[in-house]
Design a protein around this ligand. Structure first.
Ligand code: NAD
Length: 428
């Protein structure tokens, strides 16, 4: 699905350069912020179940920590590249800054396909990742979290390895831990719910009643399922979801005009977010090609699967009915597609604002872990709603003030805050 020659890091740098130019930022700050401060590449040998060794490639990129310890997920993905991790680390810096939490930006990854690994092999990979990097990560340096194809179980194995090596208990080392083991209530749903808090505020601004809107969702993993859950609670109707089919090695779209039934779809979905097609057909879903998620006649599009999904090639197929796009995934829209979307006056809530609920709740988890005192789910989600609503309105106000799209005003706010922290520390 990647456009020929597409490079997420180049895209992130181009976005940064454009904003730096508009902010008339000095050259030293630009040079400091357009690349990661530090990055680590390492090999992880794992003894496989058949007794043979396999060598995996791991990464950790720390883009900037002027506002606090780096924060960012660890992805397990067969097509992982150093440049993808760099781009995602940079977006984490902006995300923490736009959400106004005291953290910097990092990201990690391993080139692997967990579908092909047993649980024991995945555990060995998690422990191996920590062994290679533990001196350079930790509660006051860089705090990892789950991301694509990693879960609370992976985080716990990593925490256990970190604590073995460090000789103490450091629940604030990692977030996304299972509840009862240092995890926060509300963390599982935080990213998806956060997307909907922003969506609710954006719809108010364009004077649309959320309970009368319809949507199409790309993805059916963690982010997608919880955004659908809260969107449904507000009365919104999801007409289609699309997801990856691991056996067929391609994506499919599952359509139900009267609205998908979330609990039923969840019941026929595996742990990687792939929906069983035979069972879906029996439940009356129309099943079409994965790419068709984008041309549904709905009010809202939620790209919540992978980067590089709305491109110059498919942007024209977005229906005239679409008034809002809320980017649950990281980097789903290319700059070329962005131009078309802005030209059509579709409101677009940019990724690092729309999906900042996850990192904000991770920050809450860190605070709770460090205090060893845990809040109720309502308290966590209440604080999350407040933080997301404030972040959204700051971005909306600047966007109106400067007459620029939300992506641009969100970048302006985030980059200015990070640049200011670098200045105040005397770095540049
Ligand atoms: P996940 O692994 O739980 O789910 C991914 C989903 O995408 C699965 O349903 C999979 O079938 C689907 N998918 C994969 N390729 C597809 C394709 N070509 N077409 C359609 N569907 C496809 O991952 P997630 O945690 O939900 O993350 C999704 C996105 O959100 C990623 O970009 C991630 O970086 C971003 N994100 C996640 C979090 C979080 O807290 N989980 C936070 C911020 C951002």
């Amino acid at each position: 699905m990647a456009e020929k020659g597409f490079n997420a890091y180049h895209m992130a740098q181009t976005q940064f350069d454009n904003v730096a130019e508009k902010l008339e930022m000095d050259q030293a700050v630009r040079a400091l912020l357009r690349e990661p401060l530090r990055e680590y590449h390492f090999l992880i040998p794992v003894r496989m179940d058949d007794g043979a060794f396999r060598i995996f490639k791991g990464f950790r990129v720390q883009h900037n920590d002027a506002r606090g310890p780096c924060k960012g997920g660890i992805r397990f993905h067969p097509q992982e590249t150093a440049d993808t991790v760099r781009a995602l680390a940079m977006w984490m810096t902006w995300k923490c800054a736009v959400a106004d939490i005291p953290l910097g930006g990092g990201k990690g990854g391993v080139i692997c396909d967990p579908h092909d690994l047993s649980m024991r092999e995945q555990e060995a990979l998690c422990r191996g990742w920590v062994r290679q990097i533990y001196l350079n990560v930790g509660p006051v340096q860089d705090v990892p979290a789950p991301d694509v194809m990693t879960s609370g179980q992976h985080m716990l194995w990593m925490l256990d390895e970190y604590e073995r090596l460090s000789g103490g208990k450091y629940p604030g080392f990692i977030t996304g831990k299972p509840v009862g083991m240092g995890g926060s209530l509300g963390r599982t749903e935080a990213t998806g719910y956060g997307v909907i808090y922003h969506t609710r505020e954006a719809l108010k601004d364009i004077e649309m009643d959320i309970s009368k809107t319809t949507a199409a969702v790309q993805g059916f993993g963690n982010v997608a399922q919880y955004l659908i859950e809260l969107y449904n609670q507000y009365g919104g109707k999801v007409r289609s979801v699309s997801c990856w089919d691991q056996q067929e090695k391609k994506a499919f779209t599952f359509i139900k005009k009267e609205g998908v039934n979330l609990p039923m779809l969840r019941g026929i979905t595996d742990r990687f977010g792939s929906i069983n097609r035979t069972k879906a057909k029996d439940l009356g879903y129309e099943i079409t090609a994965g790419e068709e998620w984008i041309d549904q006649n709905v009010d809202i599009l939620f790209p919540a699967a992978l980067e590089n999904s709305i491109t110059g090639t498919n942007v024209e197929s977005i229906s005239k009915q679409v008034k809002l796009i809320a980017e649950g995934a990281n980097g789903p829209t290319t700059p070329e597609a962005d131009t078309v979307i802005n030209g059509r006056k579709i409101t677009l809530i940019p990724d690092f604002l729309a999906n900042a609920g996850g990192v904000t709740c991770s920050y809450f988890e860190q605070v709770q872990s460090n205090m060893n005192y845990f809040w109720s789910r309502d308290e966590v989600l209440g604080k999350l709603d407040e933080k997301m609503t404030m972040a959204f309105h700051a971005v909306l106000d600047l966007s109106k003030h400067r007459d620029v799209p939300l992506r641009e005003s969100a970048y302006m706010i985030a980059i200015s805050r990070v640049a200011e922290a670098c200045h105040m520390r005397g770095w540049v």
